[in-house]
Design a protein. Sequence first.
Length: 539
Amino acid sequence: MIFDPKVILFLQVILVVGLPMLLWGPLRLGHVFPLPIIQIFAGIMLGPSVFGAIAPGAYHFFFRTEVLSGVDTLANMALVLFVFLAGCEIDRSMLRRSAGMVVQTSVSGVFVTWATGTLAAWALLTFLPAAGLMGRLASPTLYCVSFGLCMAVTALPILVVVLRELGFNQKPIGTIALAVGACDDALLWSSLSVLLPFAAGSADPLLAFAIAVTGGLATVLLLTYIVAPTLERLIQREAQERFLISCAILALFFSAALNEATHLHAAIGAFLTGLLLPDKIRHMAQDRLDTPVTLLLLPFLFLATGLKTSFSFSDGTVWAIALIALLVCIAGKFTSVFLASYLNRESVPFSVTLAVLMQCKGLMEIVVVTVLYQRGVIGQATFSALVLVALITTAMTVPLARLSVRMFGEKATQARGDDVPPFDVAAPTTAAAKPATPLPVGGPMLVFEPGLGRFPLTKGEMLIGRHSNDDIRINDVRVSRQHARLVEAGGRFEIHNLTAVRSEPNPMLVNNVPREHATLADGDVISLGGVSFTFRTAA
């Protein structure tokens, strides 16, 4: 009975979800690395290179052939949903207003590193022509260009976690790093969508490219002119949230299927869906899907990656590729980001710290190399090496950033005043407010820093955050959409952190103490993601 495939699948869930949580919690690795980094590490540990080598009998019991199809199915679901949430995380208003230093740094960091990585891949093919470098459908040119793109990746979702871990989300370095990371992600997915059609295995690559472009444009047009307006009308008619989320999921998987069918990849359609849906739907999707995707499904993506990551510690080819890739992505990304930042009048300490943060590859590197491996662009040896590179570069980001702060002090995180993307606080709105008894004018209020205003709490319940429909909108990337809720109860105000239930909460501090909810008193200082304001009981 214990050999029933369903029983083994359930045991896999315990193993795949439980091992990272054991490392993160009781074994206290969570004090050193964020949970997603530990999940990646656990996925590789459970693969044939570690678990399979140490305990081959147990490995073949848990990952026998008849249950691997279930792992792959869950991994594909996790990939689509994770990339969708990454698209939801992109702040479109930030991308629209990003200019100057942010755009130049992003373009420099991506394309200089891409070019350097392409040259490194050509050197690999020339001087290390081993089996397993190229995939079955790749030409040397496609392999080199794709390898270079992998070197240029920066993972925005993991970067958010890293900035919170370092406390940089409360400083100018955090705001600028997130803006650069968002631009990097947009460039990454745009570039990947151009490359993938040439890996379709078609006898006519230009025809495959034309079909892929048509599929991508059809996805954008469908989402922009049909899906998004329809959802906006449903929102205005106050449709039930479960119906809205169901419609968003249907749009997501239709876009994924369309892009997969036109020789792109499901991940491209997922990213476009997350980017182009209405803001309210994007926020709802993050709020409802973040925890189950991150804690339950993503470990299966890392497990599937670990099962494909096959190497021996004595395998010189894999280590040679990994070493060259590490040198290229670290040196190329660091140099290009540092110079772009410094030439835009930022200080040396700040430019060094920003260049270190842009090394964070995390889940996006895993996703990109998985997509390229599935498409037959890169071979087994390159895939294994680049997974190791993703793990190493992500793990080293936090200690290197802390080293930068120890070396340079506050200068490492302080940008020049003219270059800091400013946040602003929008006037209170009523669009998202629930009906409540009006409170006396001139009574309780929130006081922001000088020049940003005082906002009276005129209703019994008000939402604070970055969402366009929040009652008090704080237009700063450090603040989450619908970050906190203020509720009046019996003449006193309580504040609740609405991100507390997510897999990676955005902190709320009350008088410098992390809180999930608190009853406020006159003069209490609240900080949401680093943006602070004061609660006053009267004008």
